[in-house]
Design a binder for this molecule. Structure first.
Ligand code: FMN
Length: 145
């Protein structure tokens, strides 16, 4: 059985894109070595991440992530067993969706793609469903909400 877990958090205000890149690098190496798959989204200073893998490994990683000083208000949305991975072929996917980095068209296109992906991707368990639901909420929120 695969264990899956999703949480959201808020980046500290000092966090830079370079910091996000560093987090991604760490995740790629560690998760790859430990057979952990998932997806990390950074948008409007919020992180949403879903992790899949061995229960002990996912839990241990989440304990480390919770203590990470680069974000705060880490809130566990859902966790539980699942019979299949939903993010197997994704590696640790990261969407560099900081509006300031993209022009408006690119940004709108990106949002459409992500929403489409949310509809097309299989949701085999409650945790994956919640992950996509929160992601949709976050990216469709009006700008200054
Ligand atoms: C939002 C966020 C997501 C993270 N995701 C992962 C991850 O998927 N895998 C990982 O190894 N580290 C991830 N990290 C980094 C860990 O918090 C931690 O820095 C890393 O596991 C190295 O810990 P260590 O120096 O105690 O070994 C993440 C950090 C943040 C802020």
């Amino acid at each position: 059985m695969i264990h899956t877990l999703t949480y959201e958090s808020t980046a500290i205000k000092e966090l830079t894109n370079a910091d996000v890149e560093t987090i991604l690098e760490t995740a790629k190496i560690f998760n790859g070595q430990n057979n952990i798959t998932g997806c990390l989204i950074f948008y409007k200073r919020r992180f949403i991440q879903i992790l899949e893998g061995d229960k002990e490994e996912v839990r241990t990683l989440f304990e480390k992530v919770k203590k990470d000083k680069r974000h705060k208000k880490v809130y566990l949305l859902s966790e539980g067993p699942t019979d299949q991975r939903n993010f197997q072929s994704w590696g640790m996917v990261y969407y560099p969706i900081d509006e300031n980095d993209l022009n408006k068209n690119e940004y709108e296109q990106f949002k459409r793609n992500l929403l489409l992906l949310a509809d097309l991707t299989s949701h085999s368990n409650q945790t994956a469903i919640l992950f996509w639901k929160r992601m949709k909420l976050l990216i469709t929120d009006p700008p200054n909400a």
